[in-house]
Design a protein around this ligand. Structure first.
Ligand code: NOJ
Length: 544
């Protein structure tokens, strides 16, 4: 994967030595939450020029691609996941020309670019929704129940809390699986298909290398929109088949999009943000004629227990192997509590989890700031919060597929993982930009800044840099086989070609026979007399 790439079709390069075809199969993809990455103009909000200015940092970090969260024209009712114009850049983030220049500059740097596409819903400010006649053709409107239609058409709840329906001045109701400002499109209408085909083409023509598809499991609803009827919906997501998620009909859309992607040069990819009740159902999204990857939220949702981790790793690998797709791994994103906090073991455990993830076969997603070991910010005052889930009182149980985060954060809401990055200096905004930052940064983040960690061999940033460099140079990491090896309780040991990975999930050190030559460890590992002492909450890579 060490390739010098040139614009506009970097994916035409041959795969690196020992790698399977298809750059995405073992790519490390870095999620840029644009609003919080780097601010070029001093308004306290990250923007596209800010991202561009930091491309050398991402190149040096050693990632293969960036995924940019939505930067399209939007009233920002849900951090840009409420799009009013899919072909325009929101002035908060820059201009279309900035997007064009960013894509080109990334390619020149050797980084691929994936953009977010939001097809389940638009903003209520989208011209289609603003026109009452068009809206009733292209969104999901229904009459209410009750004598005068005063009750919602069914019992579905919004992922952000409250009913999934809002009544209009005309007396009918429209569906919004998320906020009321995010009406769900009706994918039974061919106009919707045609419009998204055109939108995908627009960005592909600009040179993007793929799409992260928001709510890829939600675009098709069960015929007749049946009630769920029992239980609290928030507790059913992920464990049960719900009438608005993971319906078989979504696959036809993804197949059509795959054909579209394949019509372009280079290997342009589709990544499903999909939540399915089982790894087997999730694997359906990455069948050979569908999308290239799907996020592995079951891995993300697994706690720091050896047996649970082993189980989810095996299930994930088996499910994707059954369709010939690579597995993906992810520990943090903009919707969940950062893993430094979520896993409950602070930085030591977070560093260990990261090395575990980066040693597994397949592709890994990093969320900006995890390379700095940033914790969740758990003391944001209510008046600065912006997450619509906070205002609608979403449930906070478990890392949900969309929206709500889990315990360990601030009531399970999502602002605490979106605080702007510290780049340098002792005081906010820590080099985030020439102005302030849209969410307040903690007073002690100076020590976590990029500048403070650069060159310090014990820092988390240098751990990530070394791990990613090793991943590029060791042919056994990335795509390829893995085999579990016997290990004491609480320890996971698995072999990749030429590399062995040991993970001690226990809080105390564990002694094991020396497995090989230490290559990299999340914590200092002592070796003597043919044995190794694995520190508590640690992961070590060994040359074998
Ligand atoms: C998933 C996105 O990651 C999340 O941030 C957003 O709120 C929902 N989809 C709705 O678009």
């Amino acid at each position: 994967m060490t390739q010098e790439l040139t614009s506009p079709s970097p994916a035409r390069q041959a795969p690196g030595p020992g790698r399977g075809p298809g750059w995405w199969r073992d790519a490390v993809i870095y999620q840029v939450y644009v609003r919080s990455f780097a601010d070029s103009d001093g308004d306290g909000i990250g923007d596209l020029q800010g991202v561009r200015s930091r491309l050398p940092y991402l190149k040096e970090l050693g990632v293969d691609a960036v995924w940019l969260t939505p930067f399209y024209a939007s009233p920002q009712a849900d951090g840009g996941y409420d799009v009013a114009d899919y072909r325009a850049v929101d002035p908060l983030f820059g201009r279309l020309q900035d997007a064009d220049e960013l894509i080109r500059a990334a390619h020149e740097t050797g980084l691929r670019v994936i953009v977010d596409i939001v097809p389940n819903h638009t903003s209520d400010q989208h011209p289609w929704f603003q026109d009452p006649e068009l809206a009733r053709q292209r969104y999901i409107f229904r009459p209410g129940k009750g004598d005068s239609g005063q009750l919602p058409p069914n019992d579905w709840e919004s992922i952000f809390g409250g009913p999934a329906w809002t009544r209009t001045g005309r007396g009918d109701w429209y569906l919004h699986l998320f906020a009321p400002e995010q009406p769900d499109l009706d994918w039974e209408n061919p106009d919707v298909h045609a419009e998204f085909t055109a939108i995908l083409r627009f960005w592909l023509d600009l040179g993007v290398d793929g799409f992260r598809i928001d709510v890829a499991h939600g675009m098709v609803k069960a015929a007749g929109l049946p009630d769920i009827g029992h239980g609290r919906q928030a507790t059913l997501i992920g464990s049960q088949h719900l009438p608005f998620f993971d319906q078989d009909g979504v696959h036809a859309i993804h197949r059509a999009w795959r054909t579209l992607l394949d019509g372009y040069d280079g290997a342009r990819i589709g990544v499903a943000e999909a939540w399915a009740p089982t790894p087997e159902r999730l694997a359906l999204y990455v069948r050979p004629d569908e999308l290239h990857q799907a996020f592995n939220f079951q891995f993300l949702g697994t706690g720091w227990r050896a047996d649970g981790l082993r189980e989810v790793i095996d299930a994930s690998l088996a499910a994707t192997a059954s369709v010939g797709a690579p597995t993906t791994w992810v520990l943090s994103n903009h919707d969940v509590v950062r893993h430094t906090t979520r896993l409950g073991g602070g930085l030591a455990r977070a560093r260990a989890a990261t090395l575990l993830m980066l040693a597994l076969p397949g592709s890994a997603y990093l969320y900006q700031g995890e390379e700095l070991g940033l914790p969740e910010v758990t003391d944001l005052p209510d008046e600065v919060r912006q997450d619509p889930a906070f205002f609608r009182g979403a449930a906070s149980a478990g890392p949900a597929p969309d929206g709500t985060a889990d315990a360990g954060g601030q009531d399970g809401m999502r602002d605490g993982c979106r605080v702007p990055l510290p780049w340098a200096g002792d005081r906010p905004p820590y080099g985030f930009g020439p102005g302030g930052s849209w969410l307040p940064q903690p007073a002690d983040w100076g020590a976590l800044s990029v500048a403070a960690q650069t060159g310090d061999p014990d820092s988390t940033l240098e751990l990530y840099r070394t791990a990613l460099a090793l991943r590029r140079t060791l042919p056994g990491l990335g795509d390829g086989p893995m085999n579990w090896r016997p290990a004491p309780d609480g320890v996971l040991t698995f072999a990749r070609p030429g590399v062995l990975c040991t993970v001690n999930t226990l809080p105390d050190p564990v002694e094991i026979p020396l497995p090989g030559r230490p290559l990299l460890s999340s914590a200092p590992v002592a070796t003597e007399d043919g044995s190794a002492l694995l520190p508590g909450d640690s992961c070590t890579w060994w040359a074998i």
